[in-house]
Design a binder for this molecule. Structure first.
Ligand code: DQA
Length: 147
């Protein structure tokens, strides 16, 4: 099994950006958490981050025929990007949406998620551990799909 983890804009600045909201762990620490979780589960993983909407769309498209599942934190594009929603729908790969913060308790403009409409689950407000939870959920979701 192979997963793709996609992170959107400003997540490369984890640890520096608004630590009161996103914590003090770096993006490198997040990548290590993802890679360690996948290694422990016997799952292959590619981790991708971009600040550019089109690059995120391109990477989702490239997952076709390659990845069995996608974990995605579209970051600010969550709330604006129909293009990312359409890409997730187009590739028809099961996807889980992750947000480090609890967006449901934040500003009104964060209450819309386009990506969510193409995701089988959303995990929010769990800090970086949300990615670990998403990987575990997606692995078992994919295994059960095959039955
Ligand atoms: C975020 C929440 C978004 O609203 C915000 O724009 C982000 C990060 C999160 O992980 O909590 O960049 O997706």
């Amino acid at each position: 099994m192979k997963l793709l983890v996609v992170n959107g804009p400003n997540l490369n600045l984890l640890g520096v950006r608004e630590p009161g909201i996103y914590g003090d762990q770096s993006y490198a620490a997040l990548v290590k958490l993802i890679e360690d979780t996948c290694a422990a589960e016997g799952v292959e993983v590619d981790v991708f981050q971009s600040n550019h909407e089109g690059a995120l769309v391109d990477r989702i498209q490239q997952a076709m025929g390659d990845a069995d599942g996608i974990v995605i934190n579209p970051a600010a594009y969550t709330h604006t990007s129909v293009a990312i929603l359409d890409a997730l729908k187009a590739v028809r790969i099961p996807a889980v949406e992750v947000h480090i913060s609890d967006v449901s308790k934040r500003e009104d403009f964060r209450q819309i998620s386009y990506a969510r409409l193409a995701c089988v689950k959303t995990i929010m407000g769990q800090g970086l551990d949300g990615y670990r939870q998403a990987i575990l959920f997606l692995k078992s979701y994919i295994e059960n799909m095959d039955k």
